[in-house]
Design a protein around this ligand. Structure first.
Ligand code: NAD
Ligand code: ADE
Length: 481
């Protein structure tokens, strides 16, 4: 298609060549996705499928997008974070016309939600057939749209963004109000009805899906990609182990060895973060609410403390809880001068950005993009990374290709399964499913060769003895790895 007519909204289209060179390198590091291309490409298993995606527009995501395209899908994409787009990746995808892309690094909230809207709005039809989501923003917009359209049909009332405190929600309501005002009174309802399902990437997004499912509010079929072992126990742990120090160092170039580093939350992400900091020579302190995770941290040799007891001695603070209100303005008011504060959980509410911005007498100085120093009236300051949003994607380039290949192989398999079962009752609307263990093991296997890892063959006699099929799955469903 004539490039001028190909729909996209990106910055720096001139970086396409650089993006293509990095995509070519990433492909070699992503044997899971390339194996899926090889196996399913000739069969064109996604032929005819319209796939919309809301997931960090990075080089690694570019390889996922081009895998979906190679399997026959038409693709529209946006990022799930205002700071995470790698503009050269977006440029290369648009130049190759393998997906319409609406994303750039440094979007405003208004631009972010406009991009999400464009990614979901397909020309001349009701919307996508299948959705890839990371954190649940696209899923949220569709569901809020349906709610507002039902309310409008009953009362004729439009949603008013001014009625909402949350800045993101104001934007969601603006988008929905504007489509209703334009006379599109069934846009989101039709989209939800048309949509076969969603595959969700991350812990926080899965949590949202499970909540909606439990309340009977989930309108879609859903696959929980996060809880595939080859996602959760690799991306969340080893991915963060790599990309936390990368983000910290690119942002501040601070010496980590010897420093006191507090990791809030010792789930999968926290475990990877703590490991990285320990390996860098830091003295690591963990905060936890869950006694099991607290005990795990203690037995790994970390100090387990309340934040209040280390807030004035530590040098670096990283939140990894998926919860809100973890590091508050009053905590930052007590920190050492130039303590570094960052978040690696999905949203921006682990760190009380609103409280810091409104702290009486606070002075913000931008050191560089995504690195700000907030100076308190007593003269001490804290350095906050990526405005409290994912520091590994805001200040660096996220996880490296090899580990994302594990996550995204699960995404591709989930999309294939949703599409292939669009007319069966394998997946029910309103329910959240995991991929079967056979596929999890298949994803792992696709990555072993690249690491020269050799699998031991299980004899039939041994398989019978431990009561598993000789060709796997090798563990029962509840095994914890
Ligand atoms: P998890 O549920 O395994 O771990 C979160 C931990 O935080 C739990 O152990 C929980 O007990 C603890 N916690 C909750 N509230 C707390 C509090 N007030 N103080 C201290 N600890 C508390 O989740 P996870 O898989 O580790 O994911 C954590 C977050 O990171 C999620 O938001 C997830 O979406 C996100 N994530 C980010 C990336 C990335 O690249 N940045 C990658 C994967 C996941
Ligand atoms: N999440 C964490 N790292 C990522 C990356 N490099 N690309 C896409 N999503 C990610």
């Amino acid at each position: 298609m004539d490039p001028a007519k190909f729909e996209s909204d990106i910055k720096y289209a001139d970086q396409a060549e650089f993006g293509r060179k990095e995509l070519a390198i990433a492909e070699i590091e992503m044997p899971g996705l390339m194996g899926i291309r090889e196996e399913y490409g000739p069969k064109q298993v996604l032929k005819g499928a319209k796939v919309s995606g809301s997931l960090h527009m990075t080089i690694q995501t570019g390889v996922l997008i081009e895998t979906l395209h190679a399997l026959g899908a038409s693709v529209r994409w946006c990022s799930c974070n205002i700071y995470s787009t790698q503009d050269h990746a977006a440029a290369a995808i648009v130049a190759a016309q393998t997906s319409n892309v609406f994303a750039w690094k440094g979007e405003t909230l208004e631009e972010y939600w406009d991009c999400t809207n464009k990614m979901l709005t397909w020309p001349d039809c009701d919307g996508p057939d299948i959705l890839v989501d990371d954190g649940g923003d696209a899923t949220l917009l569709i569901h809020e749209g349906v709610k507002a359209e039902r309310h409008f049909a009953k009362t004729g009332e439009l949603p008013d963004p001014a009625n909402f405190d949350n800045l993101e929600f104001k934007q969601v309501m603006r988008i929905i109000r504007d489509s209703l005002k334009a006379g599109l009174t069934q846009k989101w309802t039709k989209m939800a009805n048309n949509l076969i399902g969603v595959s969700e990437e991350t812990t926080t997004g899965v949590h949202r899906l499970n909540q909606m499912s439990a309340k009977g509010e989930l309108l879609l079929r859903a696959i929980n990609v996060n809880d595939s072992v080859t996602k959760q126990k690799f991306d969340n742990i080893y991915g963060c182990k790599h990309s936390l120090p990368d983000g910290l160092m690119r942002a501040t170039d601070v010496m980590i060895a010897g420093k006191e580093v507090v990791i809030c939350g010792f789930g999968d992400v926290g475990k990877g973060c703590a490991m990285a900091m320990k390996n860098s020579g830091a003295r690591v302190v963990v905060t936890e609410v869950d006694p099991i995770c607290a005990l795990q941290a203690a037995m790994e040799g970390y100090s387990v403390k309340k934040l209040e007891n280390v807030v004035s001695t530590a040098d670096i603070f990283v939140t990894a809880t998926g919860n809100k209100g973890i590091i508050m303005a009053h905590h930052m008011a007590q920190m050492k001068n130039n303590a570094i504060v960052g978040n690696i959980g999905h949203f921006d509410n682990e760190i009380d950005m609103d409280g810091v911005e409104k702290y009486p007498g606070i002075k913000r100085t931008e050191i560089k993009a995504q690195v700000d120093r907030y100076e308190f009236p007593d003269g001490h300051g804290v350095i906050i990374l990526a405005q409290g949003r994912l520091l590994n994607l805001g200040c660096a380039t996220g996880h490296p290709s090899f580990v994302m290949s594990c996550s995204f192989a699960n995404q591709a398999l989930a999309q294939i399964d949703l599409w292939e079962n669009k007319d069966t009752d394998k997946y029910a609307k309103g329910k959240v499913y995991k991929l079967p263990k056979e596929l999890d093991e298949k994803v792992a296997k696709l990555h072993l060769g690249a690491l020269n890892a050799e699998l031991t063959d299980l004899s039939q006699e041994q398989a019978d003895y431990i009561d598993v099929p000789q060709a796997g799955p090798f563990k029962h469903e509840l095994y914890r790895y």
